[in-house]
Design a protein around this ligand. Structure first.
Ligand code: GLY
Length: 330
């Protein structure tokens, strides 16, 4: 399925065994491939051209400028050029970091993402957001760098640790409120493809998040705050699930949706066996402070909320309503 972005358009291939079609999706005439991955990904690929593998560290700590420098220096030592390609093989940490390194190396070389996690397939690998963390916060340095192609091989999802898979379901749950309706009864390939299609349509209309793309952050304002505050042992998708229920409760208190719609949010999160309450001990003042620092916050506190026109960005949400909603969600 295509992501329509003019001359930066590309295909996303979703399906069982999709990784075996890597060769046909590499840019025409590519000579060499720098495969960037992590230990333990456990997925073999064959780029069909001369290639070397570059292994980065584990977890969010590996999403750093230091890793980008290490990659770029190793590529330079190998003599990688713009006639070559980077292949990012892994989840969001790999595609975000390798994608950003590809964006800045030689002022930009092509990258193909082979996404190996559910979270990556329905979100991180699609849409060209790349970047790394700073000690001051997540994803604070990055670039929009669209891949040349994305492969979402649903066969490899069977090898994911259960909690990693469930985390992906949190991101998938979000799409229910962005137009996907109920995906639970569909085969996995079709569910992933439906999420990708929604993301592709949104990104195609607003590549650089001048407006509508922000709806893809539904549930993420609280999720990011919980992740930044830290100490709650939450995977990203679990934090998003809590954020979706919180966003629904906030929309209810702002008169944007009714109780049935809130119940729909709660039922969706429960159907995916994901958490729905703010962890005990979370400090509302700290969370609100972090909401105000969110990248989407331009004036006052901004949320992505459901409402009569669907999910949209809502600015200047009153602090007292946020406080009351946090109390109700704890
Ligand atoms: N993950 C949100 C976006 O790609 O815009």
């Amino acid at each position: 399925m295509p992501v329509h972005l003019g001359e930066r358009s590309y295909d996303v291939l979703v399906g069982h065994g999709a990784r075996h079609r890597l060769t046909e999706l590499l840019p025409v005439g590519v000579r060499r491939a720098a495969v960037v991955t992590q230990a333990g990904i456990g997925v073999d690929i064959d780029p069909g051209v001369e290639h070397r593998t570059f292994t980065i560290g584990q977890g969010e700590a590996a999403k750093s400028l230091e890793t980008v420098e290490e990659l770029c220096r190793a590529w330079a030592a190998w003599g990688l050029t713009r006639a070559d390609v980077v292949v990012a093989l892994g989840g969001g940490v790999v595609t975000d970091t390798a994608g950003f390194a590809a964006a800045v190396y030689h002022r930009g070389i092509p990258v193909v993402h082979v996404s190996t996690t559910l979270l990556g397939q329905v979100d991180a690998a699609i849409g060209g957001k790349t970047g790394v963390n700073l000690p001051e916060g997540k994803n604070l340095v990055g670039a929009f760098w669209q891949p040349a192609a994305v492969l979402c091989d649903t066969e490899v999802l069977g090898g994911l640790p259960p909690r990693e898979y469930r985390s992906g379901l949190g991101e998938m749950a979000k799409y229910r409120f962005l137009g996907a309706e109920d995906l639970l009864d569909l085969p996995l390939d079709e569910r992933v493809a439906r999420c990708v299609a929604i993301k592709a349509e949104v990104v195609g209309g607003d590549e650089r998040e001048g407006g509508r793309r922000a709806i893809l952050n539904y549930g993420h304002t609280l999720a990011h705050a919980l992740e930044t505050a830290g100490g709650y042992d939450l995977r990203h998708g679990e934090a998003v699930a809590i954020g979706l229920v919180f966003a629904a409760e906030l929309a209810l208190r702002l008169g944007r949706i009714d109780g049935d719609r809130v119940a729909e949010h709660r039922a969706t999160v429960a159907a995916y066996d994901l958490p729905a309450t703010v962890p005990p001990g979370a400090d509302p003042a700290e969370l609100i402070g972090l909401f105000a620092r969110d990248k989407k916050a331009i004036d006052g506190i901004t949320f992505v909320l459901d409402g009569p026109r669907g999910v949209e960005v809502v600015r200047d949400v009153p602090r007292s309503t946020i406080e009351a909603t946090l109390a109700a969600c704890s």
